[in-house]
Structure formats: structure tokens, C-alpha cells
Design a protein around this ligand. Structure first.
Ligand SMILES: [Zn+2]
Length: 342
């Protein structure tokens, strides 16, 4: 700390934070689910702002289409196929070496959600799908941890704060997730970089306010929507559902596995993801040795990559695999059984 006395000066002199607020930020732990466009932006503000511990979770690795808006990543990350959580951690450590940053190159799922979120003070949703948000909502109400929803598509975005203790919650607002494929995504409709930056700035600002304890309850139940092209900003109120399964009846279906898939095509690219049945870790070094006869194998600390003429398999240490070059889920599942096991 002595070598960086001025690092947080602009927070110290800021009325709403001050030295006491900065101390609270330095003791806070935040989980960021998703290290894409929203995640890279909010992590940047929170790391530079001195949040004591950041946990970064993401299932994917960096590709060319990410660079337009995912500010932490470089062309070198794409060439190396670096997992996003690892690339983001490396980037943030250069900006602030005095905080704890943990990279988790895994998928946020019902069987690892509670562990990934253990002892955190806040969860930031920077995911790209509704089932993950329902899972975060369950986790939030089960553990009493606040969370902040963020979404951006085309030139529009929205953000919502949920306390985890007092409704409304996401289920009050959305009921059930819409069927897969019925919503537009960034992969089908596109997204403007600054729209993402505006949403994630709101999320980061809400996060700091919550962690300092500056009446975060005033944020609850308010839906903030913006259009970054037409310069419009709207706010509306959410109604609490008196019969809500989560915040009233405390049924945590998504934390029990509802809405989770064993194998799925990854939206927007020729790739299939295969989930393991559990998140137990695997001995990558030993497996890499066995796969050498199949193709070219690179072994890293948290993942290995097998490249053949037909596909590239990236296998993470939680047994999850992504097959690039395939769109057939059953073929991916068969290859997984053959090379990794059932
Ligand atoms: Zn609810």
C-alpha cells in the first residue's frame, strides 16, 4: 500500500465514497459471472476501484468477434485461444496488483454455483443467457446475496438491482425463461460497444454503492433501460409477485438443475459444448499423454486442447469440453465418451 499512496485518491476525495468507503471496497468480494463484453467492462472498473477480491467465471475462450467490444482482450489472446477468465485476470493484474483476482474457466452451473459464490458480497450478472440469470437469482435468494442483472443488444441495454432479501426478484419479473431460440442474441442481432459500456458502468456503479452500504435498497425494483443511439433513458417499477416461487416460497428449482443441458450448440459459431455430469476435476496431464496418438495436444494448467483434422476439442479441468468445428451434438457427445469418458 505504501508504494501506491495516491492510487485511490479520487475516491478518497469523492463525497459518496471517501476513505471509509474505500476501506469497505477493499474488504469486499465480488463474483462476476461471464467475462464477455459486460464482464470485461465492469471488472475493469471494480479492479481499478480497489475491490478486495474478484472472482471471474467464464466458459469460453477469446475469438475475433469479441475484440470489437470486450475491452480486456487482444489479438494475441485470440491467436492463443486463451480462456476469457484467464485472459481477463492477466489483463487486470497489470492494472492493480494489490487485489486478489481469481480466474475460473468454467461454466456457472447448478452444481458449482454455491461454491463459486461462497462468501461473496455481491454477484454481477455479465452472462449471455436467461437460464444462467435464473440460476443466479436462485442463488441470491438462497444465500441472501445481492445481484445485478445486465443485458445489452443492438443499441439498447438494461440493468436491474436485486437485493436477495426483499422482492421483487427476477422470477417476479420474468416468470419462466422463454423457450431457447425465441430471444434475439448478440450473435443474431449485433451489439454496439458503447451500449455495453453504458450498461456495465451502471452495474459497476450500483455494485460500489451496494458494497459501501449507501442505501442500496433504493435501487431495488427499478428497471433502468437505455438506448445508446437515440440517447433515451427510461425507468420503470417492477411489481413483486405475491406468489413468486423464489422470493416468496423459496423454491430454488434452477439451483436443483432446472434449465441445464447436457450438450448444446454454442450460439453464433460452429461449436458444441459438452457438460460433465459433475464438476469433479480431471488429471489433464495424464489425459494429454493418452491423447497424443489422436492429434496434436497442448496442455495448459486449467485446460488442454486436442486438434485433429476434423475438430478441435478444448477440455477444461472440470471435465467440460468445447468442440470447435462441429454442430452435431450427438457426434460431440460420442467423441467426448471416446476420448474423455462417460
Ligand atoms: Zn420473486
Amino acid at each position: 500500500m505504501s508504494e501506491t499512496p495516491d492510487r485511490y485518491n479520487r475516491h478518497h476525495i469523492l463525497e459518496v465514497i471517501g476513505k471509509s468507503g474505500q476501506k469497505k471496497l477493499s474488504q469486499a468480494r465480488v463474483l462476476i459471472v461471464g467475462c464477455g463484453a459486460l464482464g470485461t467492462h465492469s471488472a475493469e472498473y471494480l479492479a481499478r476501484g480497489g475491490i478486495g477480491e474478484l472472482r471471474l467465471v467464464d466458459r469460453d475462450f477469446v475469438d475475433w468477434s469479441n475484440l470489437q467490444r470486450q475491452i480486456a482482450f487482444t489479438e494475441e489472446d485470440v491467436r492463443n485461444g486463451t480462456p476469457k477468465a484467464i485472459a481477463l485476470k492477466k489483463h487486470l493484474e497489470k492494472a492493480n496488483s494489490s487485489i486478489q483476482i481469481k480466474a475460473e474457466p468454467t461454466e456457472f452451473q447448478f452444481f458449482n454455483a454455491l461454491k463459486l459464490a461462497e462468501n461473496v458480497d455481491l454477484v454481477i450478472d455479465a452472462s449471455d443467457n436467461i437460464p444462467t440469470r435464473f440460476l443466479i437469482n436462485d442463488l441470491s435468494w438462497k444465500t441472501g446475496t445481492p445481484w445485478i442483472y445486465g443485458g445489452a443488444i443492438e443499441t439498447r441495454g438494461h440493468a436491474l438491482f436485486f437485493s436477495g432479501t426483499r422482492g421483487p426478484c427476477l422470477r417476479c419479473y420474468m416468470g419462466e425463461p422463454p423457450p431457447p431460440g425465441t430471444l434475439q442474441t448478440c450473435d443474431t442481432a449485433g451489439v454496439l460497444g458503447p451500449a455495453v459500456a453504458m450498461v456495465s458502468s451502471i452495474q459497476a456503479s450500483m455494485a460500489m454503492r451496494t458494497l459501501i452500504g449507501d442505501r442500496p435498497e433504493l435501487l431495488g425494483g427499478r428497471l433502468f433501460r437505455l438506448d445508446s443511439w437515440n440517447m433515451e433513458w427510461k425507468e420503470s417499477r417492477l411489481e413483486a409477485d405475491p406468489d413468486c416461487p423464489v422470493c416468496v416460497h423459496r423454491h430454488f428449482d434452477f439451483l436443483q438443475g432446472k434449465g441445464q443441458h447436457g450438450t448444446e450448440a454454442l450460439c453464433g459459431r460452429e461449436a458444441v459444448q459438452v457438460h460433465p455430469k459433475s464438476g469433479e476435476s480431471i488429471d489433464l496431464q495424464a489425459l494429454a499423454g493418452r491423447l497424443e496418438s489422436v492429434g496434436n495436444v497442448e496442455c495448459h494448467s486449467r485446460y488442454l486442447r486436442l486438434t485433429t483434422d476434423d475438430f478441435t476439442m478444448t477440455l477444461f479441468d472440470d471435465q467440460r469440453a468445447i468442440f470447435d468445428g462441429l454442430t452435431d451434438a450427438s457426434k460431440a457427445r460420442n467423441l467426448y465418451s471416446r476420448y474423455v469418458g462417460d
